[in-house]
Write a protein that binds this ligand. Structure first.
Ligand code: KIV
Length: 249
């Protein structure tokens, strides 16, 4: 049965948490079959599925479409839906758009950066929030690792504590040094989910297309478990040959 973020918090310090992104129904179905407890419908959809060069092009309509598809494939898995760029600049927008994400089929929402009032207001509206710190692609101008110097690391630590105080029930930590990932994990009572944040966070998240090897660029911190683009090329080429040479059908 699908769990709330509050229930998933009990896993901190007990067992590591796995999370994968998904954007469509069949992939979500396989992830649910594998028993992964959380699916993130991330705004990474814009880059890995839609061909945009940034997540900033993703809209609420895009998110609603993909969340609904993922829910149809994974009816029993906790789904976190990303609030896209500029959808939570005011507290009113944050609450309205969080409600839309939940209506589309998500169980909780994720937003990037130190938007404490938005986190508090969404939480007070009865919607669970996952925060996102470290590299925050909606505002970042490069994909370099962040938190490498002491001042930046301290700022990320303080922001994370305030996000927790504002009501965040989980936090994604992206592309920071492993020592900072560990420090945040020790400092916070909510689970930390790392992506390029070392091996000491409470859980890990990967973009499914990166893990599958669908695409032509993979961040340095993602592990490719398969090479699906190669398989697609092979199948398409074989099919072309078989149709042209009348071997199929
Ligand atoms: O949008 C996304 O997929 C994310 C992950 C990289 C954590 O935010």
């Amino acid at each position: 049965m699908r769990q709330t973020l509050k229930q998933l918090q009990q896993l901190k310090g007990v067992s590591r948490i796995s999370m994968l992104t998904a954007y469509n129904c069949p992939v979500a179905r396989s992830i649910e079959q594998a028993g992964i407890p959380i699916i993130l419908v991330g705004d990474s959809v814009g880059m890995v599925e839609m061909g945009f060069s940034s997540t900033r092009d993703v809209t609420m309509d895009h998110m609603v479409y993909h969340i609904a598809a993922v829910r149809r494939g994974a009816p029993n898995t906790h789904i976190i839906g990303d609030l896209p760029h500029l959808s939570y600049e005011t507290v009113e927008d944050a609450v309205d758009n969080a409600k839309r994400i939940i209506t589309a089929g998500a169980d909780s929402v994720k937003l990037e950066g130190p938007y404490y009032q938005a986190v508090q207001a969404i939480t007070e509206a009865g919607i669970e929030v996952c925060a996102h710190t470290g590299l925050t692609p909606q505002k970042a101008t490069s994909f370099k690792k962040v938190g490498k110097d002491a001042a930046e690391a301290e700022q990320i630590l303080q922001e994370s504590i305030q996000l927790q105080q504002a009501g965040a029930g989980m936090i994604v930590i992206e592309h920071v040094p492993a020592e900072l990932g560990e420090k945040l994990t020790q400092a916070l009572t909510i689970p930390t989910i790392g992506i390029g944040a070392g091996g000491q966070t409470d859980g890990q998240v990967l973009v499914i297309n990166d893990a599958l090897g669908i695409g032509d660029y993979w961040p340095p911190f993602s592990k490719q478990y398969a090479h699906v683009s190669d398989t697609i090329l092979k199948v398409a080429s074989q099919y072309k040959t078989e149709v042209e040479t009348k071997q199929y059908p």
